[in-house]
Design a protein around this ligand. Structure first.
Ligand code: AMP
Ligand code: MG
Length: 328
């Protein structure tokens, strides 16, 4: 059985083809990169509309598949930017109607944990989901995935991007800041903003820009921003592990590509006698394969949506959707 997955929650348009054994048979992605400032939702959506026909073709060609080989079409229903989600949902509906295959709605955050869960072979891990728009610690409990802790303002990735753009750089800021941070050594004092299981970043942004205005070396600033914010994420992940009596953690989201974050979380988990797993970078960032795989799990549990009811849900929270494939 092969499922086609469509991802378009933010800057990345992606099409993935995945088998019932979680083999990624084809994956084609293209990221919208603004030349100036952050993501403009309508421009990103226009990018997706232009790219999708070629992405579907590329993924199908890479997998050597015909439309008749595809069992169902899964799509990211939310959360995300409305115009971007709408572009992907429209493509999914068209393929569903043209190929006569069922449509399966998928929650984007749940997809990050499901792809990491199957790749890791871990039964019931905690997910630290660190992406552009989202920062959450998620665990399964009684029928659905629950958010144990999260950002109370902006996502960690948006914070890194905003900071880098304010410093004169271009989107995406995370990888550029990582390169700078590798050259830094002095830990500058920044607000450490953990509130129980939750975190905030906007105060750190203000403080970091104030330090920059005072002329601190950029490398030290980047190093301090990484150490401070990734310590916060590591702390709330550890607290969630302790409360939930878990010993496995998986990472997801674009910021989970970061070497320092991976090392810090791994060190914490292993010190507790547990194990950490981070998917390969192509499956950590937004991608159609995770949507296809979660679509497969959902389809197997009987989840489909009629085309006429397949509205997008820009604010769909992780804990709002059921995960019937976990209950058995
Ligand atoms: P996503 O929203 O999951 O596709 O992830 C995109 C976000 O990940 C952007 O905010 C990027 O700046 C961030 N990002 C990507 N690579 C890295 C990295 N190596 N270190 C930190 N952040 C990163
Ligand atoms: Mg994501």
């Amino acid at each position: 059985m092969v499922i086609l997955g469509i991802e378009s929650t933010a800057h990345t348009a992606s099409v993935g083809l995945v088998s019932e054994r979680a083999e990624v048979l084809g994956l084609a992605s293209d990221m919208y990169r603004p030349t100036k400032g952050g993501i403009h939702p309508r421009e990103a959506a226009n990018h997706h509309v232009e790219q999708f026909p070629a992405l579907v073709r590329r993924a199908m060609d890479a997998a050597h598949l015909q439309p008749s080989d595809v069992e169902a079409i899964a799509f990211s229903q939310g959360p995300g930017l409305g115009p971007c989600l709408r572009a992907g949902a429209t493509v999914a509906r068209m393929l569903s109607l043209a190929w006569g295959r069922p449509l399966v709605p998928v929650n984007h955050c749940v997809a990050h944990i499901e792809i990491a869960r199957v790749l890791s072979g871990m039964e019931d891990p905690l997910l630290l989901y660190a992406s552009g728009g989202n920062t959450q610690v998620i665990a399964y409990g009684r029928g659905r995935y629950r958010v144990l802790g999260e950002t109370l303002d902006i996502g960690i990735g948006n914070f890194l991007d905003k900071l880098w753009i304010e410093l004169g750089g271009t989107f995406p800021g995370g990888p550029a800041l990582e390169a700078e941070a590798k050259r830094g050594s002095e830990l500058l004092v920044l607000p450490y903003s953990v509130h129980g299981m939750d975190v905030t970043f906007s105060g750190i942004l203000t403080a970091a820009l104030a330090l920059h205005a005072r002329g601190v070396p950029l490398a030290d600033l980047a190093y301090s921003v990484e150490v401070t914010t990734y310590s916060m994420l590591t702390e709330i992940t550890e607290r969630a592990l302790a409360h939930r009596r878990r010993d496995t953690v998986v990472l997801g989201g674009g910021v989970a590509c970061n070497e320092r974050l991976r090392t810090m979380v791994r060190t914490m988990v292993e010190a507790r006698g547990g194990t950490m797993f981070a998917p390969p970078r192509s499956l950590c960032v937004d991608n159609g394969a995770m949507i296809a795989w979660t679509g497969y799990l959902a389809l197997r549990a009987g989840v489909t949506i009629p085309v006429e009811e397949s509205v997008i849900e820009p604010r769909q929270r992780t804990d709002l959707v059921l995960a019937p494939w976990r209950t058995g």
